[in-house]
Design a protein around this ligand. Structure first.
Ligand SMILES: Cc1ncc(COP(=O)(O)O)c(C=O)c1O
Length: 487
């Protein structure tokens, strides 16, 4: 007879607890997609996957490079002479050419504003592995990291599950566009200390998943100062460093470390991977970059559990050593992300959906607060069920990101082709029109009472959607002056 997952006696606590955090709408949405995936001809009414932060916009560029460089693979006639060396290599420091190329790429991904030392680079199985490794290196079971909300749901699994450490949320909200403030940090820190929780560090994700925003230099500096004063670590997940496609520019913690001579470098650690900026999550190339030599040494030993295969290292080393390719890839990737972001955001705005102003990452933080029947997380779940079951879009509710206020949803924009995006936008439009019908009628009445003559043509509908009543303050479309004057 097989062991049931709930058989606590036979299995470990880790095996039987739900620390993987799979039990969340974030993953439920993926399951809904898996059971009924959209296909333009075979399943046009299926669920469209908008809950996966994949970057598929530049695959063609990478494919082209691979075609032009068959010697970069050990599985080609041109490259097989390297086969024995690569197949045998086992040093967990990684291939020197791989670390050199990745260090250089990390510099380029940050616009050349910071330098990276290949000796401080530790490999891991994606940023997922890097996050767990740093948690193992810095904290004991029961210790905690502060983390601003909303945050990437995978952190619950990566930092906590196998290590036994905790995450203490620092609540941020829309009143200041989800900015991290020192009073909020201090309050969370003090509360944890009062509860006898030892805070070992602050984890930030810059640019942010799910917000798509970057931290400004002053805020980043204030976080550096805060962690230095408290003598706790600052862990910066910069997995979207090169996926910044508009102003303001991205400021890496690596820049500040070089600028701010007063800071204690031993407390600074960067998580990175090629999953987003190069769009290669399947390659599992993760990086832990630490300024602390003890952490580097320990993490390197731990990396035996999550090495990147030498075949992948070999290919990546060749690709990232091609300066011209890297330069044009990064420029083109930004361009394509910017275009997608613009179309998606404007498409949503045309039907009255606002979103947080953003310039980075692979998503939009959509504001559906006005569509909530009830301003609560139950109301958010009700709306989410409607979106996934009726509209057939897998978007992720804010609660999955530990957002402190209901009504925000993350929409991924780079994991589908243009036509699928158009279908998704049409579905969103139809849904919003239906949902706002009641408010529309109410407005009609109000206008009628005010004795204002309005013709409710379909063209005018967009203006109706942009009235302050329906429109989010985060909308990129200015409110129509005509409508404003009339209400
Ligand atoms: C902020 C953040 N960190 C880490 C990860 C995990 O990345 P990887 O595929 O490299 O493990 C993701 C993936 O979505 C992410 O968004």
């Amino acid at each position: 007879m097989g062991i049931t997952p709930t058989d606590q006696q036979l299995l470990s606590k880790i095996a039987t607890n739900d620390g993987h955090a799979e039990n969340s709408p974030y993953f439920d949405g993926w399951k809904a997609y898996d059971s009924d995936p959209f296909h333009p001809t075979k399943n046009p009414n299926g669920v469209i996957q908008m809950g996966l932060a994949e970057n598929q916009l530049c695959f063609d560029l990478i494919e082209e490079w691979i075609r032009k460089h068959p010697d970069a693979s050990i599985c080609s006639t041109e490259g097989v002479h390297n086969f024995r060396n690569i197949a045998n290599f086992q040093d967990y420091h990684g291939l020197p050419e791989f670390r050199n190329a990745v260090a250089k790429f990390m510099e380029r991904a940050r616009g050349g504003n910071a330098t990276f030392d290949p000796e401080k680079i530790v490999m891991s199985g994606g940023a997922t592995g890097a996050a767990e490794t740093i948690s193992f290196c810095l904290a004991d079971p029961g210790d905690a990291f502060l983390i601003p909300t909303p945050y990437y749901p995978g952190f619950d699994r990566d930092l906590r599950w196998r290590t036994g450490t905790q995450l203490v949320p620092v609540a941020c909200d829309s009143s200041n566009n989800f900015k991290i403030t020192i009073p909020a940090l201090t309050a969370a820190y003090d509360k944890a200390v009062k509860a006898n929780i030892r805070i070992k560090g602050l984890l930030i994700n810059n640019p942010s998943n799910p917000l798509g925003t970057v931290l400004d230099r002053d805020t980043l500096r204030s976080l550096l100062r805060f962690t230095n004063e408290k003598n706790i670590h600052l862990v910066c997940d910069e997995i979207y460093a090169a996926s910044v496609f508009g102003q303001p520019n991205f400021v890496s913690i690596a820049e500040l470390v070089e600028e701010e001579k007063w800071c204690n470098r031993d407390l600074i650690h960067i998580l990175y991977s090629l999953s987003k900026d190069l769009g290669l999550p399947g390659f599992r190339v993760g990086i832990l970059y630490s300024y602390n030599e003890y952490v580097v040494s320990c993490a390197r030993k731990m990396s035996s559990f999550g090495l990147v295969s030498t075949q992948t290292q070999h290919l990546i080393a060749k690709m990232l050593s091609d300066d011209d390719f890297v330069k044009s890839f990064l420029a083109e990737s930004k361009k394509r992300l910017a275009r997608r972001h613009r179309i998606m955001r404007m498409g949503m705005a045309q039907v009255g959906i606002g979103s947080l102003r953003s310039n980075a990452g692979l998503f939009i933080w959509m504001d559906l607060r006005r569509l909530l029947k009830e301003r609560s997380f139950d109301g958010e779940m009700e709306l989410w069920h409607l979106i996934i079951n009726d509209v057939k879009l897998n978007v992720s509710p804010g609660s999955a990101f530990h957002c402190s206020e209901p009504g925000w949803f993350r929409v991924c924009l780079s994991n589908m082709d243009d036509r699928t995006m158009e279908v998704a936008l049409r579905r969103i439009g139809k849904f919003v029109r239906k949902s706002t019908k009641v408010e529309e009628d109410e407005m009609k009445n109000r206008r009628w009472q005010n004795n204002l003559r309005l013709s409710f043509s379909s063209r005018r509908f967009e203006e109706i959607c942009t009235t302050p009543c329906l429109m989010s303050p985060h909308s990129p479309v200015p409110h129509s002056p005509l409508v404003r004057a009339m209400t």
